[in-house]
Design a protein around this ligand. Structure first.
Ligand code: SAM
Ligand code: SF4
Length: 363
């Protein structure tokens, strides 16, 4: 068995059964897997970590995902939306702190006012320092026309997690209706790729009803879709959401963290040149979570740029990490934490996905 594990670890073209063996590893074998994830990353990329300054644009959401604190059915949320000037202030701060990119994230809205505001904001951010900032959007499902409009305005990356690539599990964590259509989410990902975005997706790890089979299928889905970026993070139960009542069905914090790390390492082996985000949710359930994710193969961190009170209203899940840190505290803390694990932040760079850049050159 130990021999078989080592053989599998040396492969890159893993099948579902092999992925499951790696995902089930524990103790020394798990350590070997995580080291392999790091090794592959250092071979194909390097020890640099890219930053995306996160701007939490607003917490108004038209959807009702069963796991998320921002869901429209949650009446306890104090809803906000940043002003244009507040968004631009965050972007200017990102430039000042020498982050190469910003990421604008928000609850899902598709009203014309929202779409037009984002277009205008992307254009304005592009004017900062002659287009020095890369722009990632994570604004949910939109029409092809909207995605095109934002792309033409200057956004070049888009994050839309599939949440689970298994349709049945998807509908256990979303209402089964047109507004939460699995098909539509898939189509959106395809549209984003067709338009030319560096497209990222991902899943939550440790959801109720999720099995090893689901997780292995998720990794194969990312590979099949040939995405440029992936964001994986542990699911964190939120008390004001319907999924909370299944919290006893999920693995412990430590087990969800470990599974996330194994997912990151296996995916790095399968897709050595993609960008992979060490999600804030990792740090929420483990103080060292983000560094552990980087040391297992992730290479992107999204420090929060949103100021003060708003941060506490972007309450996707409880105990969100760094909610009270200011952006400059965040940066010093990151520099030190990453140096301690032999990594360094790559400042002043967009930090595009190598997988995407190479593919584009071939087209
Ligand atoms: N509304 C956009 C969307 O859904 O794509 C972007 C914002 S949404 C808050 C960003 C991500 O937060 C989701 O893709 C989901 O994976 C994650 N998320 C939401 N609730 C969570 C929870 N309870 N635990 C962990 N991650 C969660
Ligand atoms: Fe809205 Fe996104 Fe949360 Fe779903 S995950 S409720 S779309 S913010």
């Amino acid at each position: 068995m130990a021999e078989r594990f080592e053989d599998i670890l040396r492969k890159t073209d893993l099948d579902k059964e092999e992925i499951k063996v790696l995902l089930a590893s524990e103790g020394d074998q798990m350590d070997r897997l995580l080291r392999r994830g790091l090794e592959v990353k250092l071979d194909h990329l390097d020890n640099s970590v890219h930053l995306r300054g996160l701007i939490e644009f607003g917490n108004v959401c038209e959807k009702n995902c069963l796991y998320c604190g921002l869901r429209s059915g949650n009446e306890k949320v104090d809803r906000y939306c940043l002003s244009d000037e507040e968004v631009l202030e965050c972007a200017r701060l990102a430039r000042e702190l020498r982050y190469g990119s910003v990421a604008i994230q928000s609850g899902e809205r598709s009203d014309p006012e929202f779409v037009a505001r984002i277009t205008q904001l992307v254009r304005e951010i592009k004017k900062i320092d002659g287009g020095s900032l890369g722009i990632t959007l994570s604004l949910g499902e939109q029409s092809e026309e909207t995605y095109r409009q934002w792309f033409e305005a200057g956004a070049h990356r888009y994050l839309l997690r599939i949440e689970s690539s298994d349709e049945e599990l998807y509908y256990k964590i979303h209402p089964r209706n047109d507004r939460h259509s699995f098909r539509r989410r898939l189509e959106c990902l395809e549209t984003l790729q067709r338009i030319g975005y560096q497209t990222g997706t991902g899943v939550m790890v440790g959801l109720p009803f999720q099995t090893l089979d689901h997780l292995a299928a998720d990794l194969l889905f990312f590979k099949r879709m040939d995405v440029a970026m992936v964001g994986l993070g542990p699911y964190i139960p939120h008390p004001d959401t319907p999924l909370y009542r299944f919290r006893d069905l999920i693995p412990s914090d430590a087990a969800r963290m470990d599974m996330t790390l194994r997912m990151i390492a296996v995916l790095r082996i399968m897709m050595p040149e993609i960008n992979m985000v060490a999600a804030t949710a990792n740090q929420t359930i483990d103080p060292q979570g983000r560094e552990k994710a980087i040391a297992a193969g992730a290479n992107v961190i999204m420090p929060n740029l949103t100021q003060g009170d708003y941060r506490e209203s972007y309450f996707i899940y409880p105990n969100k990490a760094c909610v009270k840190d200011t952006p400059d505290q965040c940066q010093t803390c990151l520099d030190i934490r990453l140096a301690a694990i032999g990594h360094r932040i790559l400042y002043d760079a967009w930090g595009d996905s190598l997988a995407f850049t190479k593919k584009k050159r071939l087209l």
